[in-house]
Design a protein around this ligand. Structure first.
Ligand code: ATP
Length: 200
């Protein structure tokens, strides 16, 4: 089975961008956000269980999950949030394991916005935190998603701070400059990981 390297960072810190740069260097990646969406797709067991627990009103007309509606319900009620998590978390964990096992590269990047918050860092050989200032984070997300500053702030409130991630991670990737600079930094970190893991 591959060596798992965890990649984390706050909203808009550049996780997807960094994962693509690693992909170019032959390192496959598995993104927990993608998996969280996949497990509630139509036809999945998880979606059936959510309908059993929350009722058919939680589906849109085409039979897919009304994610925004569900988010509103569980945001206001801790017991319901726990209920939802008891359905989705095991499914996400199982699929994550399956996807990592099916990767062919020696190193696999586990891309997770809440890597430390969920304790999934314990499954990783090393962890990488992307470091950006709050200001840059807000600017980039507002530009990408057309979000308000308030919306971005609300999401950041549910995540560790930049400083807390820096303290926990084995490696830091500064993503405060341009894409070319980031690309060089990823290349250097990849080299370092390869020599540490004796993969050269
Ligand atoms: P999320 O947690 O919201 O999924 P993310 O951590 O995956 O976000 P990205 O989507 O990779 O972050 O990056 C956020 C935005 O910032 C994107 O529009 C991306 O193109 C841009 N971006 C990332 N790094 C840089 C950079 N070094 N220079 C300029 N723009 C960047």
């Amino acid at each position: 089975s591959p060596i798992i390297i965890g990649l984390t960072g706050g909203i808009g810190s550049g996780k997807t961008t960094v994962a693509k740069l690693f992909n170019k260097l032959g390192v496959e990646s598995v993104d927990v956000d993608d998996i969280a969406r996949e497990v509630v797709a139509p036809g999945e067991n998880c979606l059936q269980e959510i309908v059993q627990a929350f009722g058919r009103d939680i589906l849109t007309e085409d039979g897919s999950l009304d994610r925004a509606g569900l988010r509103q319900i569980v945001f206001a009620d801790t017991a319901l949030r726990k209920k939802l998590e008891s359905i989705t978390h095991p499914a996400i964990k199982a699929r994550l394991k399956q996807k990592i096992a099916s990767c062919e590269s020696k190193i696999v990047l586990l891309v997770h916005p809440l890597l430390f918050e969920t304790g999934q860092n314990s499954e990783c050989k090393f962890t990488i935190a992307i470091s950006v200032s709050k200001q840059i984070q807000i600017e980039r997300v507002m530009r990408r998603d057309n979000n308000s500053e308030q919306q971005v702030n609300r999401i950041m409130d549910t995540q560790l701070t930049n400083q807390e991630r820096i303290e926990r991670a084995d490696f830091i990737l500064e993503n405060t400059s341009n894409n070319a600079d980031l690309s060089v930094k990823v290349f250097q970190l990849h080299n370092k990981l390869q020599s540490l893991l004796s993969l050269e």
